[in-house]
Design a binder for this molecule. Structure first.
Ligand SMILES: NC(=O)c1ccc[n+]([C@@H]2O[C@H](COP(=O)([O-])OP(=O)(O)OC[C@H]3O[C@@H](n4cnc5c(N)ncnc54)[C@H](OP(=O)(O)O)[C@@H]3O)[C@@H](O)[C@H]2O)c1
Length: 331
């Protein structure tokens, strides 16, 4: 096997402008971490869009190989935790932000960042799920921990055509929840119904600033957008309901009041995937292997090459990418 491999490299000039290039690297260029992985797939997430375009200042060190997740096979390991041939997945821990990430045919990473893939998931499945799908599962698990069951009532998913949203719709529907999907893309309604949405709510309806309390509609919610929409979700959540908040595609502010919390016992549960503890990661991947139907995962995934990423990055920030984008690292 040649020592040379391909990677996408981000650099920043003195004026702070970010540039992106496909480069040939060798293993000597990689960070000195304990596990060398032959990366088979990575994926495109909202945060990767921010990194590649230089928006949002998510990259802390340059040069940087972006890609906040990866899946592949261990080539060599100085750690007893992993051996050559092990199939592994990595999401978060600062990959593609502070540490070199997944847009590279080979990468060296810390063993503690890795999760062994369940037997029934291929490395491609793992990245079709990726950080977005993993986060969707963490949101579902948070709703379950809060006692929200399919019998509790309708659950809402915002940003439903996006990566986190579409996987959340598919998982919740498979688990028997009645799912309402909020989308700004009505042309994708049939696709969302195929994933399992029982009803479609136009984004514009949810973007109206709410009164402190609105009619009670949702037993629970997975919110990926924040802003006024999250404020409306809270105002419409039923007594005792739980809203999980994981994203900011619609804004970082939260123009709400305390009323849903103090009069309706509503809970707002934040969800972070980046620093999620290892045991919960393992649990979430096992749940994903079990509770995300393969045909739905196929329906929500498109595959691209490294070369296509610079063109796709602004599109995911503009909300123009549907479902999940898996990145093949094959030659
Ligand atoms: N907390 C964590 O650990 C974690 C992990 C992963 C992702 N995230 C965050 O979760 C969010 C979603 O990530 P993703 O990878 O799923 O991104 P994505 O694929 O771009 O999905 C975001 C979706 O939000 C909707 N949207 C876009 N712009 C909007 C706007 N201005 N107002 C309202 N809705 C808008 C769109 O869905 P429709 O067209 O259907 O409306 C879009 O597809 C991002 O903010 C990301 O940073 C957080």
């Amino acid at each position: 096997m040649s020592d040379e491999f391909r990677a996408l490299l981000l650099e920043q000039d003195e004026a702070g402008e970010t540039s992106v290039q496909l480069r040939a690297l060798s293993e000597a260029d990689l960070p000195d971490e304990d596990v060398l992985v032959a990366v088979e797939y990575s994926s495109l997430n909202y945060k990767d869009g921010l990194a590649i375009t230089g928006k949002g200042r998510v990259v802390r060190d340059f040069p940087m190989i972006p890609g906040i997740d990866l899946a592949g096979t261990v080539l060599s390991s100085r750690s007893e935790q992993y051996s050559p041939g092990d199939r592994v997945v990595l999401t978060g821990w600062g990959a593609g932000e502070r540490h070199w990430g997944g847009y590279s045919q080979r990468q060296r990473v810390r063993p503690d960042w890795l999760v062994r893939l369940p037997d029934t998931l291929s490395t491609r499945d793992a990245m079709a799920i990726g950080t977005a799908g993993f986060t969707a599962m963490l949101c579902v698990m948070a709703l379950e921990s809060a006692g929200i069951t399919p019998d509790s009532g309708e659950v809402l998913v915002t940003g439903a055509s996006g990566g986190v949203g579409s996987v959340a719709v598919a998982i919740l529907a498979k688990l028997g929840y009645e799912v309402a999907a909020v989308t700004g893309r009505p042309e994708g309604s049939d696709w969302l119904r195929q994933l399992g949405a029982a009803s479609i709510i136009p984004r514009a309806d949810m973007a109206q600033p709410p009164r402190p309390l609105e009619s009670q509609r949702w037993a629970g919610a997975v919110d990926t957008v924040g802003g006024v929409i999250l404020a409306r979700v809270l105002a419409e959540t039923c007594y005792g309901g739980t809203v999980t908040a994981c994203g900011l595609a619609g804004g970082v502010d939260l123009p709400t009041t305390v009323m849903p919390f103090i009069l309706r016992n509503v809970a707002l549960q934040g969800v972070d995937s980046v620093m999620c503890p290892p045991a919960r990661r393992q649990q979430a991947w096992e749940r994903l292997a079990r509770d995300l139907p393969g045909d739905r995962l196929t329906a929500l995934t498109q595959e691209v090459s490294l070369e296509q990423l610079p063109e796709l990055a602004p599109k995911i920030l503009a909300g123009k990418v549907r479902g999940r984008v898996v990145v093949s690292l094959a030659d």
